[in-house]
Structure formats: C-alpha cells, structure tokens
Design a protein around this ligand. Structure first.
Ligand code: HEM
Length: 226
C-alpha cells in the first residue's frame, strides 16, 4: 500500500500540482516570484549555505538526469571499476556539500529578520531539502553502488511513470531509505510552487557570472547636505 502511494500516486499528484499551481502563482502575483534581496537580510551565513548548496544540488541533479537519459552509455562507463569508484566519490563529495549547505540554510532561517520573512511552505521545503540530501548521502555511503543499481531500478520505473503505466515492481524491493528519498523528491515538487524556490524556473544562470546587486544608503549623504 505504501509503495503504491509513494511510487504511483504521489508522483502524479506532485506533477499535477506543479503544472497547475505554478502558472497560477506566476500570473496572480508576479512580484512574489522571487527570493528577497540578500543584502537587506543577512549575507554571511547565506554565502556559506547557498554556494555549496547550489553547486552541489545542480551537479547532483545533472547526474540523476544524465543517468535517466542515457542509461546504456552510463552503464558501459560504470563497468570500469575505477570509473565507478571515481564517479561515486565525486557524487559523495557533492552530496556532502549539498547536505552542509542545506543545514546552514535551515539554521539561518532561525535568525530574527530572516525568520520574519519565512513562510510555512518555506520551512517545509527546507526540511524536505535537508531530508533529501541526508537520504542521498546515506545511500551513497551505505547502499552501495547507487549509480549502478539506479540504472536498473529507478530509471525503468521513472520511464514507466512517463508512459502512464507505473511499474512499481522495479523499486518496491529497495530499502526504506530509497523510498524516503523518492517520496522527498516528489514532495519537493509538490510544495515548490508555493515557495521561494519557484524562482529557479527563471533559470537564473546569469547569477553565476554577474556581481551581486549592491544597495547603498543615501540618508547619510543627504544629512551632510550633499
Ligand atoms: C525520483 C527521483 C530520485 C531518485 C530515483 C533518486 C535516486 C538516488 C540514488 C539511487 C542515489 C544514490 C546514488 C549513489 O549512491 O551514488 C541518490 C543520491 C542523491 N540524491 Fe537522489 N534521487 C531522486 C531525486 C533527487 C532530488 C530531487 C534531489 C535533490 C533535491 C536528490 C539529491 C540527491 C543527493 C544529494 C544524493 C547524494 C549523492 C551521493 O552522495 O552519492 N535526489 N539519489
């Protein structure tokens, strides 16, 4: 029953929410579609949380997607033991970066001014992101070799979802931590349109090269009569 819920019901529910709520949010209140200025709130812990989290999660997700799109190419690559060990080690490093970043981002939310602008949905999302990184790293460490078995279990199950014929037999025998990881992934998708993370849909790639926007107070100059 739990397997049906996680592997057949939750994915479609989450996709439907993402498809219908996201455009509604975009057209109903466009000004709300962003994170707040980092300089007005708090910058130091944001830096230590945001940088490792963003670089970690983007590369890890790219790895998940490449495995999904090109399973046979990745399979032949991983048949070389040294390649398998090297790629697993890189993934573990990135996973640890993501985990570290998500802990800092969550702790930062407890500080006064940041807490004041955090909605319930943002709290839920941050907890889910932390759970996602923690279950991923746990698998990387204790359910060896995830990159390999992912190709023969999760990938065919994900394809079966796409063809509207969920074959949960591919994944129902996997350990509980994997089920939590998958449930976490689709819960993130479900709450995403209600949170600040929705800003990622703008693909803010320019942020990687642009300097941060700096705001300057002008009050002091006015007082000095300038
Ligand atoms: C249905 C969707 C997903 C599936 C089937 C899945 C599956 C997996 C598997 C099998 C691993 C272990 C890889 C290994 O041992 O090297 C893993 C690791 C990981 N996943 Fe996912 N994942 C999904 C979605 C996500 C999402 C949405 C995120 C982030 C928001 C995420 C973040 C991670 C992280 C951080 C790791 C740790 C990498 C490592 O330490 O090796 N996953 N995932």
């Amino acid at each position: 029953m739990l397997d049906v819920l996680i592997f057949a019901v939750l994915p479609y529910f989450a996709i439907a929410l993402a498809i219908f709520v996201t455009p509604y949010r975009y057209f109903s209140n466009r000004l709300d579609w962003s994170t707040f200025s980092t300089q007005f709130l708090e910058r130091r812990s944001l830096y230590w949380g945001s940088i490792p989290w963003h670089y970690g999660v983007v590369l890890i997700l790219a790895g998940h997607i490449i495995g999904f799109l090109f399973p046979s190419t990745i399979q032949s690559l991983l048949s070389d033991l040294s390649a398998l060990i090297a790629l697993e080690s890189i993934a573990l490093g990135l996973g640890l970066m993501t985990l570290f970043g998500s802990i800092i981002l969550l702790v930062r939310r407890f500080s006064g001014v940041v807490r004041a602008v955090t909605s319930y949905a943002d709290w839920v999302l941050l907890l889910l992101i932390l759970l996602q990184a923690a279950t991923g790293v746990y698998m990387g460490l204790f359910v060896r070799w995830g990159m390999e078995w992912y190709l023969h279990t999760a990938v065919p199950w994900l394809y079966s979802l796409l063809t509207l014929n969920p074959q949960i037999g591919f994944v129902s025998g996997l350990p509980l931590v994997f089920k939590l990881h998958v449930a976490g992934a689709f819960l993130i998708l479900a709450v995403l349109p209600f949170t600040k993370l929705v800003h990622f849909l703008f693909l803010p790639l320019d942020y990687l090269k642009d300097p941060p926007i700096l705001y300057r107070w002008v009050r002091r100059e006015k007082q000095l009569g300038k």
